[in-house]
Write a protein that binds this ligand. Structure first.
Ligand SMILES: [Zn+2]
Length: 565
């Protein structure tokens, strides 16, 4: 029950590129795969016997396939194996392969924009957006007969097919008609609008049952610059008093992480904060001491000049934070929510000593938000800090967990879903509820499509420019719209711990015989969930298999669900 990825290490440039992009994405989506390297080994049907999915991944791989191998692939598909062709520059493939796919006339062109079409098997529930490529990508034009069974899922601006799929015998084929250079950052890359399609294509094509260890669809919220009743900018005091906006988030299932301006917090809110904390309805993190001018004037972790604090000042800062949290009777969240994301390297040992080993930082530690290089950070899986789940290069004990769609290079905080929707900073002449709902829904769903988590992120200043009724209308409508995809509300700390645990073990082998046997190696300290995919007509059904805590190694047995047998 394995996925095989066909590559050719003899083509060094393309082989290196596939490692940097597609293989990272396969790992991120939890695909259990092995490489089939045509430079060192060739294959026949025997090698593909237990293969549930074959991926032609490397740019130009068509040139490396022999005619016999191409024939074998199509034969195995007719017997039930799934096939995903990520390099669809077809002129390089053996003629027998193209004939087997039913193509006669093939020409090449360049594509600069792709659109996801309809509500088909692969595009169902996917956000439909035009995706503009950073650089043109070579693509193939094929004549497709209406009776051939091919259905488009991607088209260009002229409605030419860029991605098609069909059933072939007992198996399924997904064919991108674009060169695999599409998945390089120079052309587009991952987290840029096609990840949901990428993942759905694999899962649809794979022979079922199919098991992956992808992130479950967790959703949380992150609210920065929180002062509650002590807000210096609130237009509607009733929204920030008595933790009203937080009550409303809770009412619709969210357990937010609140980044506190700790010196702003008034005694009248302390009881409410403590209750939310003990009831598990919110997590609180020291964001900054205060910052009424929004210039990070009173930071905790690093000076806004980019300098580290002297040791005695840093020690004093942390002790001030400790005293405040002790007075409130709560502990800070394990995931640090820092103002501007500005955390000095010297602050890391202090955080670790307090059990705060996780960050939600969209910028590099030790750097300033305004420094463009702070947005370049080699964090897993893609080296993109706005979508990151991995240890940081500066300290292997610190794990960064971020899922922020939006333009991070923008001069306005586009990653804040209320940005441009309220009267705060005169961003809008009035309150635009429709835009806020659309942006919030998009931010959550894009995070899920990318295989991270849904994160509703905003700043309390913008919430405080809404009446409680307006805020509730927005949150209620977002929670209604996200119902079309399955999801699970969790706190940020839970998601951080889950994401880290997911990296501590791997699937060693999978076997399907009556039920499932799954051998896992590594360790797990928090129950995990493997996806189990089965087919129900054209629809792919998702279930979860629970992985208990274990050390070193475990073999799990699950009986197959009734519709799989
Ligand atoms: Zn802030």
């Amino acid at each position: 029950m394995i996925t095989k990825v066909v590559v050719d290490s003899g083509q060094m440039v393309h082989f290196t590129r596939v490692h940097k992009s597609i293989l990272k994405a396969l790992e991120h989506f939890g695909i259990y795969y092995e490489l089939l390297d045509l430079h060192t080994s060739r294959f026949s049907s025997a090698e593909l016997e237990d293969t549930h999915l074959l991926i032609l991944a490397q740019e130009g791989i068509g040139k490396s396939l022999s005619t016999d191998e191409a024939t074998t692939i199509l034969k195995m598909v007719s017997r039930g194996m799934g096939l995903v062709v990520l390099d669809g520059y077809l002129e390089w493939y053996p003629a027998s392969f193209l004939k087997g796919l039913g193509f006669t006339t093939i020409s090449s062109k360049k594509t600069s924009l792709v659109k996801i079409c309809g509500e088909g098997a692969i595009s169902r529930n996917i956000l439909k957006q035009d995706v503009v490529l950073k650089r043109d990508v070579l693509s193939s034009s094929v004549e497709v007969d209406n009776n051939s069974g091919w259905i488009p899922f991607l088209v260009d601006e002229n409605e030419n097919f860029c991605g098609i799929y069909k059933r072939a015998g007992k198996g399924k084929i997904v064919l991108y008609l674009l060169s695999a250079s599409l998945w390089q950052d120079e052309c587009l890359g991952f987290t840029e609008g096609l990840d949901g399609i990428f993942r759905n294509a694999l899962v649809w094509a794979a022979k079922k049952p199919y098991i992956t260890k992808g992130m479950p669809p967790f959703i949380t919220a992150r609210i920065d610059d929180v002062s509650f009743s002590g807000s210096p900018v609130a237009r509607y005091k009733e929204t920030v008093s008595n933790l009203r906006w937080l009550d409303i988030l809770n009412r619709y299932g969210f357990t937010p992480n609140a980044g506190l301006f700790i010196d702003d917090i008034k005694e009248e809110d302390v009881r409410g904060i403590r209750l939310k904390y003990t009831d598990g309805l919110a997590e609180f993190s020291p964001h900054a001491f205060s910052d009424p001018k929004n210039i990070n004037e009173f930071p905790i972790y690093m000076k806004h000049s980019g300098e580290e604090f002297p040791d005695d000042v840093l020690k004093d800062n942390f002790e001030r934070v400790d005293r405040r949290f002790a007075h409130w009777g709560i502990k800070p969240s394990m995931t640090v929510n820092a103002h501007f994301g500005e955390i000095g390297l010297k602050a890391l040992p202090y955080l670790k000593a307090r059990g705060q080993r996780y960050l939600m930082n969209p910028i590099r530690v030790g750097m300033l938000w305004d420094d463009p290089s702070s947005h370049r950070w080699d964090v897993a899986p893609y080296g993109k800090p706005a979508f990151s789940m991995g240890t940081i290069p500066e300290d292997k004990d610190i794990f960064n967990v971020v899922s922020h769609p939006g333009d991070m290079s923008s001069s306005v905080p586009d990653f804040d879903f209320l940005c441009g929707c309220t009267t705060f900073w005169n961003e809008n002449p009035g309150t635009d509820i429709k835009k806020a709902v659309e942006r919030g829904t998009f931010h959550i769903l894009r995070g899920l499509e990318n295989g991270f988590f849904g994160c509703l992120m905003t700043h309390e200043e913008r919430i405080s420019h809404l009446t409680p009724e307006q805020w509730e209308m927005i949150i209620k409508e977002i929670s209604t719209r996200i119902r079309r995809v399955s999801h699970i509300f969790k706190s940020y700390d839970y998601i951080s711990r889950y994401a880290e645990n997911r990296t501590l073990y791997r699937i060693e082998w999978l076997e399907y015989k009556d039920g499932f046997s799954i051998h896992l190696k590594g360790k797990n300290k928090l129950p995990q969930y493997l996806y189990l995919f089965t087919d129900e007509g054209e629809k792919v059904v998702e279930r979860f298999l629970e992985v208990p805590e274990f050390e070193n190694s475990v073999i799990l047995h699950f009986s197959a669900p009734a519709d799989v047998i």
